[in-house]
Write a protein that binds this ligand. Structure first.
Ligand code: OOB
Length: 540
């Protein structure tokens, strides 16, 4: 058992077991069973490479054994930062089978995030590609290993250049340790609203249940072909139903080199993709692109859109333009996932973010005093259930704030319930910017800005954006010698922050507006940037 991972109360755990949510199965077992059932059926496709279920199962066994020989033990944490390539699936399943725990980093993370994950999770190893999207991950790994010496192994998919080659780890298989279904299967990362992202411990039992329920809602089976266009480590393309749900259903996962129409459309046509998932800005791009080119998207049955609010105007265009059913997905790496159903009336699919996928999900919509609001009123969304975590890893103080005494997770989202029981997301109370599905914790960026010698104070807020929905604006009180916006942005980049967290705009200000309690009024700052944007629009 890993320490510092809060568990469900015993009575709740018994109830979820008794009702068949938690079935006592591990991810290693699940893949083995699928290999028996689906043998030569294709599990994973990437460019010209095809892996059957049997091949995948065998490669995972050999890699698990090789990783074990290298010294990776059950419960060891391993930061995995791989793009959408078949090795992504092999590595995580090998770790699952070994009982080691992947920390699901995104390819866009840089030294600031990765060093923190390695340190906080006390990772024993770090798995990377050689290069991806023009970036050399081996340079990043060298920096990480220098700062965090307990990262004993850096394992490279591709040219290892002095590190350990992933290819060399596929050994003859031998015996593997027993893994428990109530162990942690992986750590997801929170979008966060505090200075540092939190680690989300998901267990075999609860994560598997989220796959089972997702697969049922989305109607996946062995004929389904899922295109992984978004970065597969994120909870949406990983498990809703995503890569893992597709394998659970015996279907085929196709990895796209990227999510743009140029990259994804030919793959959809060639592999007869039936379902894929996008964030709203990409869905907009696809809707535009399809108007101007000759593409065969006739195999596509379901387009899932989630991660950020999808506008009703864009939602309305999906069926007529792409010829497939839209499914809105409102989920979170902490657990709860809501889907519009495939047979929902059009108005529900266009105007709501769906309803919880499990009858065992409990939701409450409350006011500032935690009292439930009247049905239909907007309030803060709280949730508890068989696949929503009861607490973050090693974060006692934060957990006391973010979970109620009876175990509900405070999502930080503002939502209301329609008379039919669907949720509509109306905003958020958490100090986070949702940049087209990529979450930016204001405090994390503020802390980096404050590290600059000429920054006296900083406050990061969202500003509206037609394409991404929101972008980030940093308000800065500077001292002499005053830096330029470009200097501050480059300072942040050099501190090794993921590119999507670098402020889109920097505004210098003499003092911050305050709330009656004396806190910085981010609402006022959002109004200020809106007005500045309106003025510059009028000037155009
Ligand atoms: C997904 O997971 P995270 O952890 O990156 O972000 C969760 C947050 C939610 O609390 C909400 O603020 C926002 O992202 N969000 C949406 C949304 N889907 C997520 N806001 C409005 N409309 C939506 N459809 O983003 C995630 C995880 C699993 C499945 C889908 C999305």
């Amino acid at each position: 058992m890993l320490h510092n991972c809060p568990d469900w109360p015993e009575a709740a755990a018994d109830w979820y077991r008794k009702n068949g949510c938690w079935q006592g199965k591990t991810f290693g077992d699940m893949l083995r069973e699928r290999a028996v059932l689906y043998g030569e059926h294709t599990a994973v496709i990437c460019r010209d490479e095809r892996l059957s279920y049997e091949d995948l199962d065998d490669r995972v066994d050999r890699l698990a054994f090789g990783l074990g020989k290298l010294g990776i033990k059950p419960l060891d944490r391993v930061v995995v930062q791989l793009p959408n390539i078949p090795q992504f699936v092999e590595v995580i399943f090998a770790l699952f089978r070994l009982g080691a725990v992947p920390v699901m980093a995104l390819p866009s993370h840089r030294s600031s995030e990765i060093t923190y994950f390695c340190r906080f999770a006390e990772a024993a190893a770090y798995v990377i590609p050689d290069t991806y999207a023009g970036f050399d991950y081996r340079r990043l790994a060298a920096e990480v290993q220098r700062d965090v010496p307990h990262v004993r192994e850096v394992i490279v998919a591709g040219e290892p250049e002095g590190f350990m080659s992933l290819n060399d780890l596929y050994k003859e298989s031998g015996s593997l340790p027993a893994v428990r279904s109530d162990d942690i299967v992986l750590f997801q990362l929170s979008g966060g609203s505090t200075g540092l992202p939190k680690l989300i411990p998901r267990r075999h039992d609860d994560y598997m249940y989220s796959l089972k329920a997702s697969v049922e809602v989305c109607g996946l089976d062995h004929n389904s072909v899922y295109l992984a266009a978004l970065p597969a480590a994120h909870n949406f393309p990983l498990s809703s139903p995503g890569v893992l749900g597709t394998l659970y259903a015996g279907g085929t996962v196709v990895f796209s080199p990227g999510p743009s129409p140029d990259e994804a459309f030919p793959v959809i046509a060639q592999e007869r993709v039936t379902i894929t998932a996008l964030v709203p800005p990409l869905a907009l791009q696809w809707l535009e692109a399809v108007e101007t080119r000759q593409v065969d998207l006739s195999s596509l049955q379901i387009l899932q859109v989630g991660g950020a609010k999808f506008s009703a105007e864009a939602a309305r265009r999906v069926k007529p333009t792409l010829g497939c059913t839209l499914q809105q997905v409102f989920g979170m790496a902490e657990g709860l996932v809501n889907y519009t159903r495939l047979d929902d009336p059009e108005e529900v699919v266009i105007h709501t973010q769906g309803r919880p996928m499990s009858v065992y999900d409990e939701i409450r919509i409350v006011d500032e005093d935690d009292h439930e609001v009247e049905r239909g009123q907007t309030g803060q969304l709280l949730t508890r259930g068989p696949y929503t975590i009861p607490g973050y890893y090693n974060a006692e103080e934060h957990n006391a704030k973010v979970f109620t005494s009876d175990g509900f997770y405070r999502t930080g989202d503002l939502a209301r319930l329609t008379p039919q029981g669907n949720l509509v997301v109306e905003g958020r109370v958490k100090d986070q910017i949702n940049r087209g599905g990529e979450k930016v914790a204001a405090e994390e960026v503020e802390n980096h800005l404050l590290a600059h010698p000429s920054v006296h104070d900083a406050a990061v807020v969202s500003m509206p954006d037609a394409f991404l929905g929101e972008r980030t604006c940093a308000f800065v009180i500077a001292r002499e010698p005053k830096p330029s916006a470009a200097q501050l942005r480059s300072f942040i980049r050099q501190r090794g922050l993921a590119a999507y967290k670098i402020p889109d705009r920097v505004e210098f200000i003499d003092s911050f507006p305050l709330t009656p309690f004396g806190k910085v009024s981010k609402k006022e700052l959002r109004n200020t940037i809106n007005q500045l944007m309106m003025v510059s629009e009028e000037r155009k």
